[in-house]
Write a protein that binds this ligand. Sequence first.
Ligand code: GTP
Ligand code: MG
Length: 195
Amino acid sequence: LFAGPVDFVKGVVAMDGLPPADRPEVCFAGRSNVGKSSLINALTGRKGIARASNTPGRTQEINYFALGEQAYLVDLPGYGFAKAPVAVVAKWQALLKNYLAGRPTLRRAFCLIDARHGVKDVDHEIMKLLDRSAVPFQVVLTKTDKLGPNAIKPVIAQVEEALQKHPAAYPELVVTSSEKGQGIATLRAIIAGLD
Ligand code: GTP
Ligand code: MG
C-alpha cells in the first residue's frame, strides 16, 4: 500500500467539501503540535507532503492524501491550544467533530498522544466522541525520541489505564518517533491490514 504513489488530494474546510466516500480511510487526530502531519510525512516517506511546523495550529483544514486509488490518509487540524483567531479555531473544531462522527468510510482513527504528556482531558473528549460514534480508534504515542528509555513505561501505563474507559479503543498502543523512524513500519502494516 505504501510502495505506490502518494498524492495530496485536497484541503477540506466544510463537510460538503469531503471527497466522495469511495474508499477506506484512516485519520490522524490529536492535540495541536502532537506530530500528526510529521507522522504522515514519515509514513509516506515524503518529507514535505503534509506541512508540519512548531506553531500549534499549523494544519487548519482536513487534508486528504491518496495512496494510489486504494485508500486515503487524512491529516486533521489539532484540538486544544492553537495560535489562530478564536472564531477560526471554533470553525475547524466543529468540522473536526462532524468529520469524526460522520464519515462512513473512516476505518480507524489514530489518536496521537505526545509521549511526554500522556492523555489529557481534551483527548478524553475526542475519545468519547469516537466511542459514541462507534469509530474504532488506536493510540499512537509520538515524539518518543524526546524521552529517555525508562520514561516511556509510566506513560504507557497511564495511557493503557485511560483507554479502559473507552469501548471504541484498541488496547494496543503504537510507539513512534517520526524523527527517528521508530514504529513507522508497524503503523504502515496496521494500515495496510485494514480493509
Ligand atoms: P498541528 O497541525 O498544529 O495540529 O500540529 P501537528 O500535530 O500536525 O504537528 P507537526 O507534525 O506539525 O509537528 C509539530 C512539531 O513537532 C514540529 O516542530 C515537528 O518537527 C515536531 N515533531 C513531530 N514529530 C516529532 C518526533 O517524532 N520527534 C521530534 N523530536 N519532534 C517531532
Ligand atoms: Mg498538522
